[in-house]
Design a protein around this ligand. Structure first.
Ligand code: HEM
Length: 346
């Protein structure tokens, strides 16, 4: 089915909003009334038709506008896209994985013809028609990771695997929740996760790394992560902290429903065939509290989750300045009834 793409902004006047159909498919991250860190990894197998899990790389109504925002971020700061020299094979692996998936899953919008190493890629929404030679960097306008990364929603990092460790040796990261590729590039799994509270002590990262080192080709996995963002802003990077940090002080009981957004990351992990690297996709979804409470189960559950969060998580996710304002507003939608297990709308 052909998607209709919105013309909207994620900065300045913030015209981003979700249509009713997009609200229903939002990956609400809470399966029960409280949230704790865990090794929440499951097979990345196709989910129900129309859901964000139907395909490995989800494209939605925000696609064209998100790609425009990414181009603006890269124009201002080319350091948001970096790859160490030994990652070129992995870059091509990523390009192949994404192009094949998009052309197969969204044939109205993307096509890929392959004749040996001679490839022809057509991206209709972005009006791109590109012939190139697979494996020849000079046949594309950017290096392969950046080329395809500018055409697929979500941030991506690529991890090299060596010495029983994963190393973040490449990435295109323009819509991150307050972490920096420029800072993390070249770090290993434990090093880049160092700022996360509670999880190291609980053995979460040790088990997660062990699992990932054995990830198989063709058997991707996924997990959900979440935080909150003020305004539907994609680029909440440390690099641009002066532009968004103070937004947290602007939340009032009157504007909280519109301003505060739940930011959910559907993260996919794919073993890449030639390089043996791991592609990590971070597909972000934003929804205002006002839109979340249109689903009664979510309106009941979210204030309960926010109330029961450990203080360490509140501090790490940067929620402390407005959490109580959000809870006070959301509690109007919690009638105290039990919620059903699982995260979907009833
Ligand atoms: C290779 C794959 C992965 C990459 C590249 C990655 C990257 C990151 C980064 C950059 C952060 C932010 C750290 C900061 O504050 O500076 C983060 C946070 C986190 N990661 Fe990962 N991660 C990966 C896999 C996993 C897996 C498999 C788990 C499973 C348990 C996990 C659990 C977490 C948790 C719990 C946080 C804290 C998030 C929050 O509370 O907002 N990560 N990760």
């Amino acid at each position: 089915m052909a998607l209709i793409f919105k013309d909207e902004t994620f900065r300045d006047d913030f015209t981003y909003t979700n249509s009713p159909a997009t609200i229903r498919r939002f990956p609400f991250p809470f399966i029960e009334d409280q949230y704790r860190y865990s090794v929440n990894i499951e097979p990345h197998t196709p989910g129900p038709k129309g859901s964000v899990l139907e395909f490995p790389f989800d494209i939605d109504e925000h696609y064209v506008s998100e790609m425009r925002d990414r181009a603006m971020v890269l124009q201002d700061d080319p350091g948001r896209c970096q790859a160490l020299p030994h990652m070129m094979t992995a870059q091509w692996d990523m390009l192949e994985l994404v192009m094949v998936a998009l052309a197969r899953d969204y044939p109205d919008h993307f096509t890929l013809h392959r004749d040996g190493a001679h490839w022809h890629w057509i991206n209709k929404p972005l009006k791109i028609d590109q012939k190139f030679v697979f494996g020849e960097v000079n046949s594309l306008p950017y290096e392969p990771m950046e080329y395809i990364g500018r055409q697929v929603q979500g941030d991506f990092s690529i991890q090299d695997q060596r010495d029983n460790q994963l190393w973040m040796d490449a990435g295109i990261i323009t819509s991150q929740a307050d972490w920096s590729l420029d800072f993390d590039v070249g770090m290993n799994f434990f090093e880049w996760h160092a700022p996360v509270p509670l999880a190291h002590e609980a053995g979460v990262f040790e088990r997660a790394l062990k699992f990932l080192l054995n990830l198989q080709i063709g058997k991707p996995v996924r997990r959900l992560n979440w935080t909150m963002t003020i305004n539907p802003r994609l680029d909440t990077s440390p690099e641009n902290y002066p532009k968004w940090g103070t937004d947290r002080t602007t939340v009032t009981p009157e504007n909280v429903g519109k301003k505060v957004h739940l930011r959910v990351e559907m993260q996919g992990l794919f073993r890449l065939p030639r390089s043996n690297a791991i592609l990590f996709s971070i597909r972000g979804y934003l929804m205002s509290l006002e839109q979340i409470v249109t689903v009664p189960k979510w309106g009941r559950r979210l204030p309960r989750v926010l109330k029961s969060l450990p203080q360490e998580l509140v501090d790490y996710k940067g929620l402390s300045r407005y959490r109580q304002t959000a809870i006070d507003w959301l509690e109007k939608y919690d009638d105290g009834a039990p919620t059903t297990p699982g995260n979907g709308p009833d």
